[in-house]
Each structure stands twice: as structure tokens, then as C-alpha cells.
Design a protein around this ligand. Structure first.
Ligand code: AHR
Length: 331
């Protein structure tokens, strides 16, 4: 019997050539050793909204090359329907493992059931789906976003202590609605400050993890409350923070001095701003997940079990730290 798998192998060079075209269209390089590969990974990336995301895609490409795996990469440009279509195409090509970063937490039930019925293991990378302990995915690898939110809240308490602040008005610029980092960075932060009377979150607005929207949000908040009405900006990623800094500085406000700025990711441009005294704290979120993902792919391709939940080790960088030895971030 000529199995689907055999047919797929026959069609593999063509598929990987098509991948290479898709990759070059979004600025990446096709894995040089892909056509020789036996293990094929279908990777649905959610978009290119941030330096973090671009670094994450690069990390996956590099790791696939180093492990000698074929990588079919599809960039969904922030559209869930495109992610679902990409996963369906990976199923019909009978890839060995599907990896994807769910743009939002809900709406994956059908396509994950299809992957399960086809016997293809799914690794959720970076973001989770709503139904946490679901047997339709094999493993999750990504940040502990709740811990990130808690680190942001912990820094704020430390900063308020150092300032001797009696009361602080906080504005929050959140990431994509219904996404795991948005939900958990918010919950972890709120949970940490909720019993402390010094803090009031006066408004949360969504900036969708985009620099342009970070600018828009900050402009709106500044017009509404004025610089004197805002003591803290908690922004869910560096791109939005960098957009907010631009608006504040254009308005003559000194970020990190007149208003406390707390960000997440620690991409190079934001770390530079922290060193320049324009950001007070950045909670780290690493995009460098490629190697760990490929290690899981390798284990699965050899029929081994892998742990269900996997978090990288992360930290926070603050104005109180000596950052002189901090290595270039690479994203
Ligand atoms: O899911 C991780 C988040 O997505 C990063 O913090 C952000 O920059 C990216 O867009």
C-alpha cells in the first residue's frame, strides 16, 4: 500500500521548495538542509507584530536547520482563520509534528480534534489555548505569563517604597485581547497589587502588542488624564512601550522620571531605553524557544514521552540592577 506518508515523502522536496518561497516572502531563509530531512515540522507562526515575534521565528528557523528537520513555516499575519487553514494544510501533508502559537485562546477545538484524529502531535509554543489540560495537544512550551505579571507588580511595590509614594494612578496598555500573555500578565499584576491601597488602575486599553497602537493608546490616555493624572504606565510589551515613550517625550514628559514605566519582553531597543533611564523595569520574556521545541520534536519522532508544560527560566531587569554585564539580547 502506498501510504499517505510515502506520498508525502515523494512530494516533500516540492513542499519544502514552496515553504522556501513562503519563507523568503517573510524575510527568512529556507533551511539549507531541509530537503534531506526525514522529520518535518509544520509551524504556524501568528504574525510579525513585534521584535519579540521576529526573534521567535528566527529562533525556530535556526533550530530546525541545526537539528536537520524540515520546517514548513506559515505566517498568519495576525489572523486566526489563516492559522487554522495552515494547520489543516499541515495535516493534509502529514507532517510529523505541528507547532503553533495560538493568537488567541479560544476557537481551536475543531482543528485540534482533526490533528488528533490524524495522529499528529501538536506542540503549543509561546501561547496557550483555553482548555488548559486538553489531550488534543501534546505539550506546551512558553513563558509563565502569570509569573511575568507578578514580577511587574513586585517591581512596582519596590519602586513605590523607594519613592515613599502615598498613592499611584496606573494605566495599563494590554496585549491582544483573549491572548494568554494579555490575560495572564494582567492577572498576575493585579493579583500582586490588589491588597495595596497605594495603587489604583484607572484604565486598561488594548494596544494589540503593536508599537503604533501603543502610541495611539498613550496619546488617548495622556489627553484624558493629563501627565499629572498618570503615575505609572504598565505596558504588556516593549513595542507598545516604545510607542508610548515617543508620545510622552513629544509631550515634554520625562518617562521613568515623571511617570514610572514598566514593560515586558526585554528586546534590545527597550533594554537600551532602560539603560538610558527612560524605562524603570522590563520583565523578561524570551523568544528563544526554537532549540527546546526541536528537542521535543526529536523526542516525539523517536516515540518518547515529553512533559506537558515547559517554561523557560526568566527574570526582570530594573533600574535598581547593574546591567553593565548584560549580554546583547539578540532580538
Ligand atoms: O506571546 C508573547 C508576546 O507576543 C510578546 O510579549 C509580544 O511582544 C509578542 O507580540
Amino acid at each position: 500500500m502506498k501510504t499517505l506518508r510515502t506520498l508525502r515523502r515523494a512530494a516533500l522536496p516540492l513542499l519544502l521548495a514552496l515553504c522556501a518561497v513562503a519563507l523568503s516572502a517573510c524575510g527568512g531563509d529556507a533551511p539549507s538542509n531541509a530537503p534531506r530531512s526525514e522529520v518535518v515540522v509544520g509551524f504556524s507562526q501568528l504574525g510579525s507584530e513585534s521584535g519579540w515575534r521576529i526573534g521567535n521565528t528566527a529562533s525556530m528557523e535556526k533550530a530546525a536547520r541545526e537539528w536537520g528537520f524540515g520546517l514548513m513555516l506559515d505566517n498568519a499575519n495576525q489572523r486566526q482563520d489563516k492559522q487554522i487553514a495552515a494547520i489543516r494544510s499541515f495535516i493534509s501533508y502529514r507532517v510529523d509534528v505541528i507547532v503553533f502559537s495560538p493568537i488567541v485562546e479560544t476557537g481551536w477545538d475543531n482543528v485540534l480534534t482533526e490533528a488528533k484524529d490524524a495522529g499528529i502531535p501538536v506542540i503549543l509554543m509561546d501561547r496557550m489555548i483555553e482548555s488548559g489540560d486538553d489531550d488534543r495537544y501534546t505539550a506546551y512550551i512558553g513563558a509563565d505569563f502569570l509569573a511575568e505579571g507578578r514580577r511587574a507588580g513586585k517591581f512596582l511595590k519596590q519602586k513605590a517604597d523607594a519613592m515613599g509614594a502615598k498613592h499611584m494612578n496606573i494605566v495599563e496598555i494590554t496585549g491582544t485581547e483573549d491572548s494568554t500573555p494579555m490575560r495572564d500578565r494582567q492577572s498576575g499584576f493585579m493579583w500582586t497589587i490588589k491588597d495595596d491601597d497605594r495603587f489604583t488602575v484607572i484604565e486598561s486599553v488594548s494596544g494589540d502588542f503593536l508599537r503604533s497602537k501603543g502610541e495611539e493608546c498613550m496619546r488617548y490616555l495622556l489627553e484624558k488624564y493629563g501627565p499629572e493624572g498618570i503615575d505609572v504606565v504598565y505596558s504588556h510589551n516593549d513595542e507598545m512601550t516604545l510607542g508610548a515613550l515617543k508620545v510622552l517625550e513629544e509631550a515634554g514628559v520625562k518617562p521613568a522620571r515623571d511617570i514610572v514605566i514598566i514593560s515586558v519582553d526585554a528586546q534590545q531597543e527597550a533594554v537600551d531605553a532602560l539603560r538610558e533611564g527612560r524605562i524603570n523595569c522590563i520583565v523578561e520574556c524570551t523568544p528563544n524557544l526554537g532549540d527546546a521545541v526541536m528537542e521535543m520534536v526529536d523526542a516525539l519522532s523517536k516515540g518518547k514521552q515529553i512533559p506537558k508544560r515547559n517554561h523557560p527560566v526568566e527574570t526582570a531587569f530594573t533600574e535598581f540592577d547593574d546591567l553593565s554585564d548584560l549580554a546583547p539580547r539578540g532580538y
